[in-house]
Design a protein around this ligand. Structure first.
Ligand SMILES: [Zn+2]
Length: 390
């Protein structure tokens, strides 16, 4: 393998692997591992339970504390049903933009991080650059926690984790936490003329969904705290996007399923919202069982992502602000892996090239300007890692 590829060349390679979250990412991981090995860098894989996907991490440079993690995810969202003007898995340059699935979210940053490896090795690092590439980010940040645990256990502790999600190179120090709870109500079927003897799973589900409506109304009324006020909206939201259930118009519904999703402001814990919801489930289930003993509600957590709390004097934020000169507060309402790094004890911040508006879209693109700003930013991180700290 040619050892010195540019970020652009690496991006072309990464985009060519159709690493949609539902499919394996191992072909991409093989390639990255070989690329790092060609630079004498040993990478470690962290597999999922099925062995079909892997995260990968590596320490570049001296094995000492005080390094910087560059973190990205390797998976992308599907292109099904989207109308693209070009092959989504090929990088096409047009009008100062690079088109292709993942160019923005977030193989662009992955490529920049990987291209930094050969530069970092030549620069004479005093502290390491650490690379962390996850899988299954797009389906609820499922892949990163195991990788982060292993990194924390096996690599010298880094002083900052940079999560390169598209932020147009703005320093984002907070995001909401999230949880999705799969909810399956099981009713009791009777003819609707005798509905008082049956349990209608759809109508009972409506009670739970209305519970969410009432919480949203309350949350909207509450006075947001100073940190919460940075978010749009500055309150925790409860959301149901799809509902599935019922057999016929004249039968009390036997089943009803939905996912109750919460996006939580940093001052409120994801676990507390989960508990509040489960309390409501227990109450409604009791009413169902009073009519028929077979009726019940099953719940399971589909995903859970901690929020990113703005840190007081956080090393990651300070580094990113020093490099970019961006001193404005920025918070986002989507979840990322930054909260997971923070939960594991890393100082974490989000900053990366591209605009989140282009993420997940047909004809996804990143501007060359943003891409180049990302490269310049990481160059400055390398320079920082070469400095003597006094
Ligand atoms: Zn992303």
């Amino acid at each position: 393998m040619h050892t010195d590829l540019s970020a652009r060349e690496i991006l072309e390679k990464l985009v060519s692997f159709p690493t949609v979250s539902r499919d394996s990412n191992l072909a991409l991981v093989d390639w990255v591992e070989d690329y790092l090995a060609a630079h004498g860098v040993r990478a470690t894989r962290v597999y999922n339970d099925e062995g079909t996907k892997a995260a990968l991490y590596a320490n570049v440079g001296p094995e000492v504390e005080g390094g910087v993690v560059l973190s990205g995810h390797t998976d992308v969202v599907p292109v099904d049903g989207q109308s693209w003007d070009s092959d989504p898995f090929e990088v096409i340059e047009k009008n100062g933009r690079l088109y292709g699935r993942g160019t923005c979210d977030m193989k662009g940053f992955d490529a920049i991080a990987l291209a930094a490896v050969s530069k970092a090795l030549k620069a004479g690092l005093k502290r390491p650059l650490q690379i962390a590439l996850s899988y299954d980010e797009e389906v609820g940040c499922l892949g990163a926690p195991r990788m982060i645990r292993e990194m924390a256990a096996h690599l010298p502790k880094a002083s900052a984790a940079i999560i390169g999600e598209p932020s147009e190179m703005k320093v984002v120090n907070g995001h909401k936490g999230g949880i999705g709870i799969e909810t399956h109500l099981r009713g009791h079927e009777v003819h609707s003329s005798l509905m008082h003897t049956g349990v209608n799973a759809v109508m009972e589900a409506a009670r739970l969904i209305d519970w969410a409506n009432r919480r949203n109304a309350e949350n909207m009324e509450a006075q947001p705290g100073p940190v919460d006020a940075l978010f749009e909206p500055p309150w925790t939201t409860c959301h149901v996007g799809t509902v599935e259930g019922g057999t016929a118009d004249n039968i009390t519904a036997k089943d009803c399923r939905f996912v109750m999703g919460f996006r939580c402001i940093p001052s409120e814990r994801v676990e507390d919202w989960q508990q509040r919801y489960l309390d409501a489930v227990v109450e409604i289930e009791a009413g169902m069982r009073a009519v028929h003993p077979d009726a019940r509600i099953d719940t399971s957590v589909r995903f859970q992502v901690p929020g990113l709390q703005p840190e007081t004097e956080g090393a990651a934020e300070a580094l990113a602000r020093r490099i970019t000169g961006d001193n404005a507060p920025h918070a986002v309402s989507y979840a990322t892996e930054a909260g997971q790094f923070q939960e594991a004890g890393y100082s974490a911040v989000i900053i990366g090239p591209g605009n989140i508006e282009q993420a997940h879209q047909p004809n996804e693109w990143i501007s060359l300007d943003q891409f180049n700003q990302g490269i310049a930013f990481v160059d400055r991180i390398i320079a920082h890692l070469c400095e003597d700290l006094s």
